[in-house]
Design a protein around this ligand. Structure first.
Ligand code: AMP
Ligand code: ZN
Length: 143
């Protein structure tokens, strides 16, 4: 528990939330911003700031719970046609609450107000550059 963390306060019951699911590992509650109806956050009960702080065991426990929460959201409305699952790490990546969380954002149509934009920069990368990037990542993977 981090005393200055808003999500730890939600876990602790000091701040109210619209909880859709809870067990000993995770809490899932409505994101107050409701990017689309049903927008839900899944958070580990253990305070970890970001994805880099998960050990294998925590990752296994948290990630294994996401599909059933996603299925429950999907089942909540016949209008839900898809879902974006988003995890922001670092301010530059739009993280504003530094207790790791996964956004489950149900999608109703292409014009439901939620947007992600990925540019295709593929044409700027030659084989040599891609191999160099790939190797730089691979060498940090450990055993
Ligand atoms: P991020 O920008 O990825 O760090 O997401 C943080 C999310 O937490 C935002 O979408 C906020 O709307 C949401 N949020 C902040 N405070 C609360 C709260 N008290 N209850 C529910 N959601 C919250
Ligand atoms: Zn916390």
């Amino acid at each position: 528990m981090d005393n200055n963390c808003i999500f730890c306060k939600i876990i602790n019951g000091d701040i109210p939330s619209y909880t859709v699911y809870e067990d000993d590992v995770v809490k899932a509650f409505l994101d107050i911003s409701q990017a689309t109806p049903g927008h839900t956050l899944v958070i580990p009960k253990k305070h970890v700031q970001n994805i880099y702080e998960y050990d294998d065991n925590l990752a296994e426990q948290v990630f294994s719970r996401i599909p059933k929460i996603a299925r429950a959201i999907k089942a909540s409305s016949p209008d839900i046609k898809g879902m974006n699952i988003v995890n922001n790490n670092g301010e530059v990546a739009y993280q504003s609450v530094f207790h790791s969380h996964f956004h489950l954002i149900p999608r109703y149509s292409e014009k439901d107000g939620f947007e992600m934009s990925f540019q295709d920069n593929g044409k700027n990368y030659d084989e040599e550059t891609l191999v160099k990037i790939k190797n730089e990542i691979s060498k940090h993977m450990g055993a």
